[in-house]
Design a protein around this ligand. Structure first.
Ligand SMILES: CC/C=C\C/C=C\C[C@@H](O)/C=C/C=C/C=C\[C@@H](O)CCCC(=O)O
Ligand SMILES: [Zn+2]
Length: 627
């Protein structure tokens, strides 16, 4: 990897307000190995985009005007780029500036070093994206739900934003942004910002085009700058919530998300005011690579959560929770990713408990704990214990290489241990204070420990040792004081599973009105040693192969592969070729590849056909398992 000029986080964080000096002092020791930026000399404060979405060429082209804050003697600014075609750089008056695009690193991309006249406050980069831009997916009409119009969307996390706009792409270098996006007249542009022209405006001497304008006045990490363009409709859900989706999807989405306005209220009751104005959701076409992405003001969500019975809306609670953990207080480097995700999973479960009660929240914690156990076992078996720590040193690695359930479920388990040690009321008060103290700032694991000591533990060394704070953050494995969730609500499921495995015909199982979480528990408990007759009987009884619930279908298809249960193979092929959510796609291909002969042949055949339709995030993941 080209020597990445390191971004000293201290200079990346904005001027601290009183009471937040600690993170700056501690965070100064942190460096972001995933950015070339040197913000101690010159840093980006605002990005103003003026781009045209060209669906014929599949490029975004135009300008990024960057407002800078520079040291008096600064003579250059360094930006992060990846696979961009840089067409020229000028100052605000249009005078050309000298620039150099450095050697491209396969993970970080290339540094764009721009010479600055003394006192320069703004530079304008003219550029266009290319076919190698990893953040963007350009979909043909056939790849969308509506099949009538093309669609474009971006994914920024973790370090993909640099592939669709030149800036300092570090989560510690927070920036405001504004944008003018020109689209074909039939399409609408939306972004993670205030949408100033919901219906677009005419473009002089371009009758076939429309322009949409946006502004984000809060300083956010660049990975949260997001865009989508398509035949997008809108339905309101409440006074500050609504859902965007393709016309054919929007009614189902509005019905699925009917509780979202209540979710925002529940979240505010827990951790303070929602600071972002509106909370809207955009449902993407099926290839979206994640369950959700917490782009501020506009969560991006997969259509695979549209189960029709609101049973998968915990994902929305998760993305909403990021409005505090991750978007308001952000991990300063990707080594500290658990600060985003562990807090959010903890918070997500509290929102679900507030809205749907302790039983459902307990079931979700129990299912999450099983995922955590499986992940830890997998990494330990593969001799990668370092990936089971919360803080992971990702120097020289792609952040994706550290991505797993660990920062999510182990991080949440850590916070539950703190809650149990100090009591829920005291912990909630601490969290509310934490989000206030560091609002719109970036945080490191060390800074968090300092804040915890100062504002919650208050010098109680015995309490800190009882919680085992540093071991939870830095040690591999699961600390002995982890709280193993126990959900009585699953007792009846477990009893039925035992009856089934002991040979009782599934038809005798009392499964009336089971929830998705109970079916997940049932399938999680199924051994991989069933007979084909047992697989057939349970499929006949519960029609798993025909399920429209992505979470249930995923677990059933894993079981079907393990048993080479042929009747489920058409459903498997449909599932692999009709959506692109990495969490489902990669494990199924991996399981197929573990089946020598038929499984490997099927994986290679299906992937050869489906690969082009996946987003780069999913492709990069499956490329590692299908060979
Ligand atoms: C220790 C890992 C450090 C950094 C990883 C950061 C980002 C990884 C990159 O892959 C982006 C991930 C984005 C995830 C978005 C949503 C998730 O919360 C849910 C993903 C699983 C799902 O589809 O539900
Ligand atoms: Zn998350």
């Amino acid at each position: 990897m080209a020597l990445a000029m390191l971004c000293a986080v201290a200079a990346c964080s904005p001027k601290p307000d009183e009471g937040s000096a600690a993170p700056l002092a501690i965070a100064a020791k942190a460096v972001d190995h995933h950015s070339y930026a040197k913000p101690l000399e010159a840093r980006v404060r605002h990005v103003d985009l003026d781009l045209t979405a060209d669906f014929d060429r599949k490029v975004l082209s135009g300008t990024a005007a960057l407002s800078l804050e520079t040291e008096p003697d600064a003579r250059q600014v360094i930006l992060d780029t990846k696979a961009l075609n840089i067409l020229g750089v000028t100052d605000a008056a249009g005078a050309p500036l000298k620039y150099a695009l450095g050697k491209a690193d396969p993970i970080l991309g290339a540094p764009l070093t721009i010479e600055l006249p003394q006192g320069a406050q703004k530079i304008i980069v003219r550029y266009e994206t290319t076919a190698k831009t990893e953040a963007l997916q350009w979909l043909a009409p056939s790849q969308t739900a509506g099949k009538q119009q093309p669609f474009l969307f971006s994914q920024g996390q973790a370090i993909l934003t640099r592939s669709w706009l030149p800036t300092q792409d570090s989560p510690a270098i927070r920036q405001t942004y504004s944008a003018r996006i020109v689209t074909p007249r039939a399409l609408k542009a939306v972004m993670s910002a205030d949408m100033l022209t919901p219906d677009g405006e005419d473009v002089i001497d371009a009758p076939g085009k429309k322009a949409y304008r946006f502004k984000m006045d809060e300083a956010i990490p660049p990975y949260l700058i997001a865009i989508a363009v398509g035949e997008i409709d809108f339905r309101p859900l409440g006074k500050r919530t609504g859902v965007y989706a393709e016309k054919v999807t929007v009614e189902a989405a509005a019905d699925e998300f009917v509780d979202v306005e209540k979710m925002v209220g529940a979240a505010e009751k827990l951790y303070g005011p929602y600071r972002w104005g509106r909370y809207d959701i955009l449902v993407l076409p099926p290839s979206f690579p994640y369950g959700g992405m917490e782009n501020p003001r506009l969560t991006f969500a997969t259509p695979t959560i549209l189960a029709g019975d609101r049973s998968l809306v915990s994902l929305v609670a998760h993305e909403l929770a990021h409005s505090w953990s991750g978007n308001l207080v952000t991990n300063a480097t990707w080594n500290d990713f658990w600060l985003n995700e562990g807090f959010t999973v903890y918070f997500e479960n509290r929102i679900m408990e507030e809205l749907y009660g302790k039983d459902r929240a307990g079931m979700l914690r129990t299912l999450g704990y099983k995922d955590l156990q499986d992940t830890v076992k997998g990494y330990m078996d593969d001799k990668h214990p370092e990936l089971t720590a919360l803080y992971i040193d990702l120097k020289g690695k792609h952040p994706d290489d550290g991505f797993s359930e660990i920062p999510y479920e182990k991080g949440a388990s850590f916070l539950r241990v703190i809650e149990e040690a100090v009591g829920r009321r005291r912990f909630d008060a601490y969290l509310k204070g934490y989000f206030n103290r560091y609002a719109f700032q970036s945080m490191t694991s060390e800074a968090f420990i300092e804040d915890l000591r100062e504002n919650l533990l208050k010098g109680d060394k015995a309490l800190e040792d009882k919680i085992n704070v540093r071991a939870w953050i830095y040690d591999p494995g699961l600390p002995a004081n982890i709280i193993v969730p126990k959900s009585d609500a699953f007792d009846k499921v477990d009893a039925q599973v035992a009856a089934f495995i002991s040979g009782t015909a599934p038809a005798e199982l009392q499964t009336a009105n089971w929830t998705t979480q109970e079916w997940q528990r049932f399938l999680n408990q199924m051994p991989e040693t069933l007979t084909v007759a047992q697989m057939a009987s349970v499929d006949d009884a519960f029609k798993f192969s025909e399920s429209h619930n992505s979470e249930i279908l995923f677990l059933w298809l894993k079981l079907a592969i393990a048993h080479h249960y042929e009747p489920a193979m058409p459903a498997l092929e449909t599932f692999l070729t009709s959506q692109g959510r990495r969490k489902f796609i990669t494990p199924l291909y991996r399981d197929l590849m573990d089946q020598s002969g038929w499984g490997q042949a099927m994986a290679r055949r299906v992937y050869a056909d489906a690969r082009a339709g996946y987003h780069e995030v999913t492709r990069a993941s499956v490329d590692k398992v299908v060979n």
